[in-house]
Design a protein around this ligand. Structure first.
Ligand code: ATP
Length: 350
């Protein structure tokens, strides 16, 4: 049980010395422990388990857990919200932001029309993966509603836009890139420990809060590995971010997310993923036949380039895990969340 004491200069009071050292070597400081105590728990849980992952669940147990997690309320969600405004449009529906009447909490509502073409099991999977993945770096799924042939997903509102907007508007400094990479790696560590693969890591799917928080979104392609199906081979994701083994439709595991995290780091620095000017089929060919990409921007530090090279190792067995990446020196460069918050507010004033 970890208690964070605001009067303690390290934020680690009450923890054994050995644990303090682990946190320090992870570059986790007071600000992070205060804002995100889950980080402490994740790192310690992993270390105390001897750095071994729990085995994937049995398919039957996962099915039962998903069923529990996806409980649709059969009522009109609009009765619970005021000041609803449209925030964006996705391929499957619109997203609105408003205030929850019961407590004034800002929430986002995604509306999806249910038709003959709707793939209900895929939708249920998306909601279950999100609902089962409660973590400070993952957009929270609060409730789901079914009302008059429409499905509504109530989520926490993350109002600073997506990472791709930050990338379009600014040339991000290395310390911000380190911060963003660390926060996404924390979300991946959480998912991978639970044998889940997101399969669509890219800047469009990383939402930024007004306070600079970083939240993984869009669980449409997320999959739970199970005891019975411990690896996958389906071609799923967004082409320029796909790992070579996934493109080759070889059996793959959670390391495909790590490759995509590396591509997201390249986006954050160079504003677009490698091979973005190439047509999709050629890009897929180039990803599988070229040396792993590196940053095009000159003057990146050796720590940053080294961290990227560990994400983009061709061999998934050698490619670093999220937990290993979290221990890398590059992440000691991470800026405070307030620096990202300042960029968000500058972007909104533009
Ligand atoms: P899809 O892959 O289903 O097309 P998408 O990412 O294009 O998804 P949505 O996830 O439906 O679209 O999101 C549409 C818009 O709403 C995006 O601009 C996204 O930034 C915004 N949005 C999504 N979720 C939230 C949220 N929880 N809080 C605030 N804005 C959100």
């Amino acid at each position: 049980h970890v208690q964070v004491d605001p009067s303690d200069s390290t934020g680690f009071s009450g923890l054994p010395e050995e644990w303090r050292q682990i946190l320090k070597s992870s570059g986790i400081g007071k600000e992070e422990t205060m804002r995100n105590p889950q980080i402490v728990l994740d790192i310690l849980e992993f270390r105390s388990a001897g750095c071994t992952r729990p085995a994937p669940p049995r398919a039957k147990d996962f099915k039962a857990a998903s069923k529990d997690a996806v409980q649709f309320k059969l009522e009109n969600p609009l009765n619970h919200i005021k000041s609803l405004k449209k925030a964006g449009e996705g391929s499957s529906g619109s997203v609105y932001i408003g205030d929850r009447l019961s407590d004034g909490r800002r929430i986002a509502l995604k509306r999806l029309e249910i038709g003959k073409q709707t793939n209900i099991p895929a939708l249920e999977n998306e909601i279950a993966m999100m609902a089962l993945s409660k973590h400070p770096n993952i957009t929270e799924c609060i409730q789901t509603f079914l009302w008059e042939r429409e499905l509504w997903i109530m989520m926490e509102a993350v109002e600073g836009g997506a990472l791709c907007d930050l990338i379009t508007n600014f040339c991000l400094e290395e310390d911000i890139v380190a911060y963003l990479c660390r926060e996404v790696a924390l979300a991946l560590s959480f998912l991978h420990t639970r044998s889940r693969i997101h399969r669509d890591i890219k800047s469009d799917n990383i939402l930024i809060g007004l306070d600079g928080s970083v939240k993984l979104a869009d669980f449409g392609y997320c999959v739970q590995l199970t005891e019975e199906a411990g690896r996958r081979n389906s071609l799923v994701g967004t082409p320029y971010w796909m790992a070579p083994e996934l493109i080759r439709t070889q059996y793959y595991n959670e390391k495909v997310d790590i490759w995509s995290l590396g591509i997201m780091a390249i986006e954050a620095v160079d504003r677009e993923p490698p091979w973005f000017d190439e047509p999709i089929m050629r890009a897929l060919f180039l990803i599988t036949s070229s040396d792993p990409p590196s940053f095009r921007r000159k003057g990146m530090s050796t720590e940053t380039s080294d961290w990227l090279s560990k994400c983009l190792l061709e061999n998934p067995e050698q490619r670093w895990s999220a937990d290993q990446l979290l221990q890398h020196k590059f992440l000691l460069k991470a800026a405070k969340s307030s620096k990202t918050a300042a960029l968000v507010s500058e972007m909104r004033e533009k």
